[in-house]
Design a protein around this ligand. Sequence first.
Ligand SMILES: [Zn+2]
Length: 121
Amino acid sequence: MWTREADGSVIDEATGKIIFFSTERFVNDICLGDCCFICGAKQGEKEFNNEHILPEWLLRRFNLFDRVITLTNGATVQYSRYTLPCCADCNSLMGDEIERPLSEAISGGLDALIELIKKTR
Ligand SMILES: [Zn+2]
């Protein structure tokens, strides 16, 4: 069963996961805080390993780990440190469901990419 909190966020009572973040909660917990950007878990409540904004397979493929990216605000960040707070569970799920299939499709050329598109229809 899902319940709506006073701030408008929606919680799955069975898992305790946040199904929908209110704008206020998203800004406070994710943008300004250090909670998992997917499920909202707080640091210290569970294991965190953070998510690379540009996937590790992409950094590895183009040897970017030690290179620096310049952000639109002029700040520079080493690619290897360009991450978002993410719990290990969400990071693993994203790796299995999104990053691995996408990296295999891109690495496999046009035929592999077409197969991925057919699977996701
Ligand atoms: Zn999470």
